[in-house]
Design a protein around this ligand. Structure first.
Ligand SMILES: *Cc1c(COP(=O)(O)O)cnc(C)c1O
Length: 352
């Protein structure tokens, strides 16, 4: 373990600090969205509209599916739990990559399903061949994350199609596209382009990230209505709030404005990744609203060093550190501190 200066975590003055650990949008909600959510909040003595037909109808039109082939829930994380619970009996397996979304390993706990983690390739992409090879007679589901949280690397369309040819028809494949809107690499697989080809495929999207509704809790799945029906049947009824539904509808209305923000974030991401590479960090292709620094045993040390200076990031000990693209003012701070950390590493290495 590298010895870095003995800074302590969690002492940042809030006015100097930045939270870059949850891949949220740092900008305030758009006024039009906020107003509609506040208007909906006026009626919270009533349960929300659980069916969300208007939202499902609008989303269905975009994906070329029927409203039955859209399932909305209080966050796409809750749909992940539903899908694993619906697909797996005790002792069954589901496969996911690692490092990947931190929720994946625990999804099967409630249903006593076993999570099988397949290491990423050296370039931080999904090892789809190894994932297909990990399928056995107990496998019920495979979770794919593109761009992968935390590494930012995408799955390419070509390798995705090849993977789908290798996977048995009765294994559910979930394409978690929580960061879909930030992708600028045209070779990526896009759920909306492949959903019609594969009956066993479910794609997951969320309003939490690019749409900036993380605190409202709303996400959705697109896929075969029988699979989604099974997910619904294990869901907790009435979890979705009317505020979340109205926030999502208002966000669709405000998409032009939202997508200007998203474009700016993707540009800032590319600049940040390039600058960090110039400093000597290993940064895989970043296609979400975050960058990944591959640090191995130095991961926790970098996160602690940042935290002591008021930057909260997400460490995956032994692997790396994920940094969200946050407030514009946070970016020079990230660069400056990353540069200091690199000098410190070099100094320690020199001292042996
Ligand atoms: C943030 C995130 C989610 C979305 O979570 P919500 O429950 O919709 O807020 C899903 N998958 C991944 C990989 C994420 O990073």
């Amino acid at each position: 373990m590298l010895s870095v200066p003995a800074y302590r975590q969690g002492i940042a003055a809030p006015e100097n600090g930045f939270k870059l650990s949850s891949n949220e949008i740092a900008l305030d909600p758009l006024p039009s969205v906020r107003e509609r959510v506040i208007a909906a909040a006026g009626g919270f003595n009533r349960y929300g509209d659980a069916g969300q037909l208007e939202l499902r109808t609008r989303l269905a039109a975009r994906f070329g599916v029927t409203p039955d082939e859209i399932h909305i829930a209080a966050g796409s994380v809750s749909i992940l739990y539903q899908l694993v619970a619906a697909a797996c009996a005790p002792g069954d397996e589901y496969i996911h990559a690692w490092p990947s979304f931190e929720a994946y390993p625990a999804l099967g706990l409630a249903s006593s399903a076993r999570a099988v983690a397949v290491p990423l390739r050296a370039d931080a992409t999904h090892d789809l061949e190894a994932m297909a090879d990990a399928v056995n007679e107990r496998t019920r589901a495979i979770l794919l994350c593109t761009p992968n949280n935390p590494t930012g690397a995408i799955i390419r369309r070509e390798e995705f199609d090849e993977f789908m040819r290798a996977v048995p028809r009765n294994v559910l494949v979930v394409l978690d596209e929580a960061y879909r809107e930030f992708i600028t690499d045209p070779s990526a697989v896009f759920g909306e382009e492949v959903i019609a080809h594969y009956p066993q495929l479910v794609i997951l999207r969320t309003f939490s990230k690019a749409y900036g509704l993380a605190g409202l809790r709303i996400g959705f799945a697109v896929g075969n209505s029988a699979i989604l029906g099974a997910a619904k049947s294990v869901s907790i009824p009435l979890s979705l709030t009317q505020m979340a539904g109205e926030g999502a509808l208002a966000s669709l209305d405000a998409e032009a404005e939202l997508f200007e923000r998203i474009t700016e974030i993707s540009v800032a991401r590319d600049q940040l990744a390039a600058q960090l590479r110039t400093l000597g960090f290993t940064v895989p292709e970043a296609q979400g609203n975050f960058v990944w620094l591959e640090l191995g045993q130095n991961a926790q040390a970098l996160a602690d060093f940042f935290a002591a200076e008021g930057l909260v990031t997400r460490a995956f000990p032994g692997f790396g550190v994920r940094i969200s693209v946050g407030e514009a003012e946070s970016i020079p701070r990230v660069i400056e501190l990353a540069s200091r950390f690199m000098s410190e590493l070099a100094r320690v290495a020199e001292e042996g």
